[in-house]
Design a protein around this ligand. Structure first.
Ligand SMILES: Nc1nc2[nH]c(O)nc2c(=O)[nH]1
Length: 455
């Protein structure tokens, strides 16, 4: 079956059961998609302005912009629910996992990335960011492997070339065997940007530069990465303010609080997005907002590792773009974007009270995440935006008796999209990814996961 409408034909996704546009437009009449973009957004009762060649009747579907994940570590799908770190907070969790992850092979990463991407896609995610910072001998092509996996699934991605350059010998957290020389990191970063980074609103692959975290990289690689990112005009990503242990580390190692540290290496800019961004003072939130530095809020991981609760409403009020991230699958342990929006909704209610609407959480997962990744053509249903869409049905038992269809997605815990479109192409049809052998993938990925932890 061909799921690719001819690029010149016009497809009317007609009369959805409900739609969330992430803006003030009414899409009750549906969308017209052509050439990979949204051509028209139709209000209730409105017809397309000209002829359409195909119609998809969306009367059973809740229509959303494709969800956008802003922080992940794909390789960690191989170490989900691993007993030895079940109850550990971030630092011991990492110290126990680094030696396992250091055994990753190219095939392991290919399987892990495919699992992570497929799981995201099935949850309504059309664009995924990954932060890959492990490059053991033999895995120098890690990002190339991820690019190939993204292309096979037909999604969009911002893949970041991570790095660790501060090992235990020099006061860092990761074992010496997992760190790289800065020249290797910078040369590979430049190669990857030159080879894969696409510009423009329809970009499929983008590359970012991503030294890992204050306790695993030197200040020098942070400053050099910032200079390179500016020269190449790409984005910067790192973990920051995730735990109080990290705050203590910054004070002891650099004599600085985290945001001062960020500023001191030239990262307090609108080119930067931060994974987690939990432990900020009021003054630091204002500085981040003034700089336009963005935050990937990772509610499940932050709860799982007991890292803390990000101050999302205050960050947004200060002008900080906020999106959602599922984070790596060793600290979540799922890669499900629609469930992550639910987690964000309820965690922020716990912090701020019950007046946090469902629509705000959906905005973080769509328009907010697009802003975090600097992807202006994504995250909303509006004319001219990319035709990246997620459509959910409410046919499961879990939705029975629900009233508001958009609210029901989060309130009744939707976890799987029925249809997903990326750039005008259907990538999920009837809740399945056409052409992907999920059973075979699970069998091989599970075997790889067992081998990895057993050494
Ligand atoms: N949640 C996570 N935090 C991190 N910090 C760091 O340096 N690595 C990680 C990670 O993999 N997950």
């Amino acid at each position: 079956m061909n799921h690719s409408p001819a690029q010149s034909s016009r497809l009317w996704i007609r009369n959805p059961l409900a739609a969330f546009t992430a803006n003030s437009l009414d899409a009750s009449g549906g969308l017209v998609v052509s050439g990979g973009v949204i051509e028209e957004v139709l209000a209730a009762g409105q017809q397309p302005s000209g002829p359409v060649q195909e119609i998809f009747d969306a009367g059973r579907h809740v229509l959303l912009p494709g969800l956008i994940n802003t922080h992940h570590h794909f390789y960690q799908t191989l170490t989900r629910a691993w007993g030895p770190v079940a109850n550990a907070p971030l630092f011991p969790w990492l110290q126990n996992l680094y030696p396992v992850w250091a055994r990753l092979t190219p095939r392991d990463l290919e399987l892990a990335a495919t699992v992570a991407l497929a799981e995201l896609l099935l949850s309504g995610c059309t664009t995924a960011a990954d932060h890959h910072y492990l490059f053991p001998a033999g895995l120098e092509d890690a990002i190339d492997i991820e690019v190939a996996a993204v292309r096979r699934l037909g999604m969009r991605a911002t893949l970041t070339r991570g790095s660790m350059t501060l090992g235990t010998d020099d006061g860092g957290l990761p074992p010496q065997s997992t760190v790289q020389a800065p020249e290797v990191v910078l040369e590979d970063s430049q190669r990857l940007v030159g080879r894969y980074h696409e510009r423009g609103e329809d970009a499929v692959i983008q590359i970012g530069l991503a030294p890992c975290s204050p306790f695993s990289v030197t200040k020098e690689i942070m400053a050099e990465s910032a200079a390179l990112a500016e020269r190449l005009d790409v984005r910067l990503h790192t973990h920051l303010a995730e735990t109080l242990d990290e705050e203590d580390f910054c004070r002891e190692m650099f004599g600085l609080r985290t945001v001062d540290y960020l500023d001191s290496v030239g990262w307090l800019t609108d080119r930067t997005w931060l994974g987690h961004g939990i432990h900020f003072s009021d003054a630091e939130i204002s500085r981040l907002g003034a700089a336009g530095t963005a935050v990937a809020h990772c509610p499940t991981s932050n709860m799982r590792l007991a890292s803390g609760t990000a101050r999302v409403l205050e960050l947004e009020d200060a002008g900080v773009p906020v999106g959602l991230g599922v984070d790596g699958s060793a600290s979540n342990d799922a890669s499900n974007m629609i469930l992550e929006a639910r987690q964000a909704l309820y965690l922020q209610r716990l912090r701020y009270g019950a007046d946090v609407p469902v629509e705000r959480a959906l905005s973080w997962a769509t328009r907010g995440s697009a802003a975090v990744l600097g992807r202006t053509g994504l995250g909303q249903l509006a004319p001219g935006m990319q035709a990246d869409l997620a459509l959910f049905t409410l046919d499961d038992l879990r939705f029975s008796g629900s009233h508001d269809p958009v609210a029901a997605l989060l309130r009744c815990a939707a976890d799987r999209a029925d249809r997903v479109m990326v750039g005008g192409q259907w990538r999920v049809v009837d809740g399945q990814i056409p052409g992907l052998d999920i059973a075979g993938l699970i069998a091989e990925h599970s075997a790889a996961a067992r081998r990895l932890v057993n050494g």
